[in-house]
Ligand binder design. Structure first.
Ligand SMILES: Nc1nc2c(ncn2[C@@H]2O[C@H](COP(=O)(O)OP(=O)(O)OP(=O)(O)O)[C@@H](O)[C@H]2O)c(=O)[nH]1
Ligand SMILES: [Mg+2]
Length: 308
């Protein structure tokens, strides 16, 4: 048998879905595993709105990590679609990471645990419990938390990590690489995501908006790349639309003398420039569109189901 065929037989390929309550650090883990920022991260809840895919290769394995919106009690239509998107990834996943945050009580992770109890049908062998944010807790508290988690989660694999500083992530990465099934790689070796740049760029703008704005406003907006043009000098002109529901929100978002929008634009432009390795001209417009969060086109852009 020649070497090429051997390689094909031994190669592994699999999907790993990361689920957990909102804000536990799922996107931070995805970025750490891939070694590059793909999924936006903020201190605020409900940051991720759709499924984000990151791909890494280790030895003979190609692992596709699926970062999902957090599991929370949905109120509006968009929330329901986000939570449904998170659960839907479980069906196709070869391994499922359920992420908990150790700096909170086990009860505050309860919503996801309750759902998991209802989903006992999940094959125990597929389930990996990852306890994150260990950098924030004392060792004795951590052991206590771990015991509580063991009693509640139907899994044999428990990992203690800090997705922020990388503690424990290497072991988790090896575990994922070793435990996905045999299969042919579906992506080229150097591909790290399948999300188009247009969407990645609009997510970067949304991250900056979420960081700069307070209270409810971060949840009341959407960002869309309206146009993307390569210019003669090899730079790129990107026009973004930010949708808000009310005129008052537009005023707050822009800030006095445009201070907010300038700050957001500067931060986002730099990050998009670094991502593309090209000079970027970024224009951000704010548009009042009542009920943008019920607009089927927005759901479509994010790959979310409209009626769930
Ligand atoms: N101290 C500490 N903070 C962390 C760790 N992992 C994530 N964080 C922080 O927790 C916050 C939420 O992180 P995200 O990665 O956005 O969490 P998420 O689970 O993707 O959140 P949603 O997308 O909103 O569901 C951010 O401020 C992160 O910097 C960790 O290991 N230690
Ligand atoms: Mg996230």
């Amino acid at each position: 048998m020649n070497e090429f065929i051997m390689d094909k037989i031994e190669s592994k390929f699999g999907y790993v879905s990361v689920i957990g309550a909102t804000n536990v650090g799922k996107s931070t883990l995805l970025n750490n595993l891939i070694g590059q920022k793909i999924s936006i991260v903020t201190r605020k809840k409900q940051t991720t709105r759709n499924k984000i895919i990151g791909i890494f290769c280790e030895k003979k394995s190609q692992v596709v990590i699926i970062d999902t919106p957090g599991i929370f009690q949905p109120k509006r239509k968009l929330d329901r679609a986000m939570v449904a998107a998170a659960w839907s990834t479980i069906n196709d996943a070869d391994l499922i990471i359920i992420m908990l945050e150790a700096n909170k009580t086990i009860e505050s992770n309860t919503l996801i645990l309750k759902h998991l109890k209802e989903s006992r049908s999940i094959d125990k062998k597929k389930l990996i419990c990852v306890i994150n944010k260990i950098d924030l807790v004392r060792k004795d508290n951590l052991l206590y938390f771990m015991n509580e988690a063991r009693a509640l989660i139907n899994s044999e694999e428990f990992f203690l990590i800090s997705a922020l500083n990388g503690d424990g992530v290497k072991d988790l990465k090896s575990h994922l690489s070793n435990n996905i099934p045999l299969g042919v790689w579906l992506y080229p070796k150097d591909q790290i995501t399948d999300i188009p740049y247009r969407l990645l760029a609009s997510e970067i703008v949304r991250e900056k908006l979420m960081n700069v704005l307070h209270q409810e406003l971060p949840y009341e907006l959407a960002v869309e790349t309206e146009s993307w043009n390569e210019l003669d000098d090899n730079s790129i002109r990107i026009d973004m639309l930010v949708y808000v529901n009310k005129l008052g929100q537009k005023k707050i978002l822009i800030g006095s003398n445009g201070s907010n929008i300038k700050k957001i634009g500067t931060m986002a432009r730099k990050e998009i420039k670094d991502m593309l390795g090209k000079n970027v001209h970024l224009f951000i417009y704010v548009k009042v569109q009542n009920n943008w969060d019920n607009n089927p086109n927005y759901f479509k852009t994010l790959g979310l189901k409209y009626n769930v």
